[in-house]
Design a protein around this ligand. Structure first.
Ligand SMILES: *[C@@H]1O[C@H](CO)[C@@H](O)[C@H](O)[C@H]1NC(C)=O
Ligand SMILES: *[C@@H]1O[C@H](CO)[C@@H](O)[C@H](O)[C@H]1NC(C)=O
Ligand SMILES: *[C@@H]1O[C@H](CO)[C@@H](O)[C@H](O)[C@H]1NC(C)=O
Ligand SMILES: *[C@@H]1O[C@H](CO)[C@@H](O)[C@H](O)[C@H]1NC(C)=O
Length: 594
């Protein structure tokens, strides 16, 4: 990597600038830090881009054996072994690359080729049967695969239900750009079928537990729920654009249900309220999960909306305060820092994985949330301090009281200038612990900041690039978060408020004496796939077997018929039958045994 070599020397200079900052006055500090951060970005940006590309097959320099379009998590092959492809990491990385391509930050033909290879690789992974199931039986929730595209069959924390949502968001971003650039054909015939599989998975499964993004806790996870909500919303818009909204009639109801559920993660009690990361796990609940959720569901059109946890919302700012301060006493490199100095931050304060150190991507995420917030305050020309966000703003002005401050006021200028400097200090902190070749590992030491755990983590590089873009005011697309309202009563994945409709299943099935036909499927009323308790159909109109079941309205339902003869049980062949229940009335399905 020759581009890395010319960085030698720079970081030594930079660390001198950063360590010297403590001794200069406040006004100078803002200036000094801004220029040092600018200098870091100027060299780290190409280094991070090269770091990402080195980890993508088929020709990335550090991922031999990776199939075209496959992203390896890191070239580290031992302690930890990350030479696998995770749907989450790959989708976040390609969302960044697709943004770069579609926003003309990098319009190169080679990037377009890579994006198309990613599309093909993910379409093939979707169809790869794996320990989470077949494509029709939950296989989309599989978290990671081998880099040649085959299934990873070892034990793992599965399923992880954020992957399909993040992949859909990356591909929807690409589809929207293609449509704007007169290539609706590719969006419709190649991307939409892949996107729809992922979104159907979200619509059917969002209300089931999942392993969280750190692959440790099996419960409900805020990050997962937030990105699922975003993906469904933008999927609905894309379906409308493509004129296929009749195939996604279940999505609007499920998006409303997910948004309602999202609110339940708020943890209001105590002096520092926060968004709890998981419903299980027995920890404080303070976690980078929530900051990542905020930046990855940022919608510049949504203002400072709290219901979608926008970066400048009072909930997200209160949460950011609780999150950052939680690491003050945990890492020794944070000892004795001033209240407005950047704190090294990691996944969660109780973390012990690979020593439980700060993570580059978590530290960058703090800055990214603040740059996103600054962009909205500047574009709307005002900033609001509420009683909830007041402790956050008090870091920068101890006498600040709740109120709305127009951009013409000195309070607005003081606060936004200080918050920009505070955000920059997180970049400067990461810069201080970036080695001279620009390499970004997974973690940096809680004691001295030296890089630790997996080297060249693709997600670390992607997080550097997205925070740099946020800082430079890149205009990211809206996904439809503006003006959403939350219903007062949260429904499960059943249709709105538990409404049900009668659905009649008719199946043409020839049987021999002693055989009977049953049905089981993906919802409670169809026994949640339990063959032992499958529902018996009536043979009154033999060879048509029938049953009428009350099913939740506006819901994607999967089912199969089962043939039982004494102890022998035969399921219909794959794939599962699937349909969406209507919002009201009765529905009839006429099937033939497969
Ligand atoms: C549409 O995009 C696909 C994917 O990049 C490309 O292969 C195809 O040539 C494009 N078609 C047109 C008409 O530009
Ligand atoms: C399912 O949704 C209901 C209603 O929002 C919620 O109370 C429950 O915790 C959810 N369960 C899971 C596992 O998501
Ligand atoms: C109800 O479901 C049937 C399929 O069983 C479909 O043909 C019909 O269009 C649906 N009605 C509405 C109002 O969606
Ligand atoms: C199903 O079959 C019945 C007759 O067996 C017929 O009356 C009905 O219209 C059919 N419904 C659909 C949706 O094909």
């Amino acid at each position: 990597m020759s581009s890395f070599r010319r960085l030698l020397g720079f970081t030594m200079l930079l660390s001198w600038v950063v360590t010297t900052l403590g001794f200069v006055g406040v006004a100078q500090q803002v200036v000094a830090q801004t220029s040092s951060v600018d200098a870091y970005i100027a060299t780290e940006s190409p280094a991070a881009k090269a770091g990402v590309l080195a980890n993508i097959g088929p020709s990335g320099a550090k991922c031999q054996g990776a199939k075209a379009g496959v992203v390896i998590a890191s070239p580290s092959n031992t302690n930890p072994d990350y030479v696998f492809t995770w749907t989450r990491d790959s989708s976040l990385v390609f969302k960044m690359l697709i943004d770069q391509y579609t926003l003309a930050i990098d319009s190169s033909a080679s990037l377009r080729t890579l994006i198309d290879q990613f599309v093909a690789a993910e379409a093939s992974l979707q169809q790869t049967s794996n320990p989470s199931g077949l494509i029709s039986t939950g296989g989309l929730g599989e978290p990671k695969f081998n880099i040649d595209g085959s299934a990873f069959t070892g034990p793992w924390g599965r399923p992880q239900r954020d992957g399909p949502a993040l992949r859909a968001t990356a591909l929807i971003t690409y589809a929207n750009w293609l449509i704007k650039n007169s290539n609706t054909t590719f969006a419709e015939s190649t991307l939409w079928p892949i996107i729809k599989l992922d979104l159907d998975y979200v619509a059917i499964n969002w209300n089931l537990t999942t392993f969280d993004l750190w692959e440790e806790i099996d419960s409900s996870s805020f990050f997962t729920t937030a990105v699922q909500h975003r993906a469904l919303r933008e999927g609905i818009t894309l379906a409308n654009t493509l004129g296929v909204s009749s195939s996604v009639t279940a999505y609007p109801t499920q998006a409303d249900n997910i948004l309602c559920f999202l609110q339940s993660f708020w943890h209001p009690s105590g002096s520092m309220p926060f968004m709890t990361a998981n419903t299980g796990g027995g920890r404080s609940g303070i976690d980078a999960n929530t900051v990542l959720a905020s930046i990855h569901t940022f919608d510049p059109q949504a203002g400072c909306d709290s219901t979608t946890f926008q970066p400048c919302s009072d909930h997200a700012l209160a949460n950011l305060l609780a999150y950052t301060q939680a690491f003050r006493s945990v890492y020794s490199i944070n000892a004795n820092l001033a209240s407005t100095a950047a704190l090294a931050t990691g996944r969660y304060p109780e973390d012990v994985y690979m020593g439980g150190n700060p993570w580059y991507l978590a530290t960058f995420a703090v800055a990214e949330q603040l740059y996103d917030a600054l962009e909205v305050w500047n574009s709307q020309g005002s900033l609001q301090v509420t009683s909830l966000s007041q402790p956050f703003f008090a870091l920068f002005d101890s006498s600040i009281a709740p109120g709305t401050f127009a951009s013409s006021t000195s309070t607005f200028t003081t606060l936004t200038t200080a918050i920009k400097a505070y955000a920059d200090s997180y970049i400067a902190l990461a810069a201080k612990f970036t080695p001279s070749n620009g390499g970004l590992a997974e973690q940096y030491s809680r004691d001295d900041g030296s890089p630790l755990s997996a080297v060249d983590l693709t997600w670390s590089y992607a997080s550097a690039l997205t925070v740099f873009e946020a800082r430079s005011g890149t205009k990211f697309a809206s996904w439809g978060a503006k003006g959403l309202t939350v219903s007062s009563q949260c429904a499960t994945n059943a249709g709105g408020n538990g409404e049900t409709i009668p659905v009649t299943f008719n199946v043409d099935a020839t049987t021999v004496l002693g055989e009977n036909i049953y049905i089981a499927g993906s919802v409670n009323a169809l026994q949640d796939w339990d063959a032992d308790n499958a529902l018996l159909l009536s043979s009154a109109n033999y060879p048509i077997w029938s049953i009428t079941v009350n099913l939740p309205a506006n819901t994607i339902v999967q089912y199969k018929y089962i043939r039982k003869d004494g102890g022998s049980v035969t399921w219909e062949s794959d794939p599962n039958n699937q349909f969406t229940t209507n919002g009201s009335g009765a529905q009839t399905l006429n099937d033939s045994w497969r």
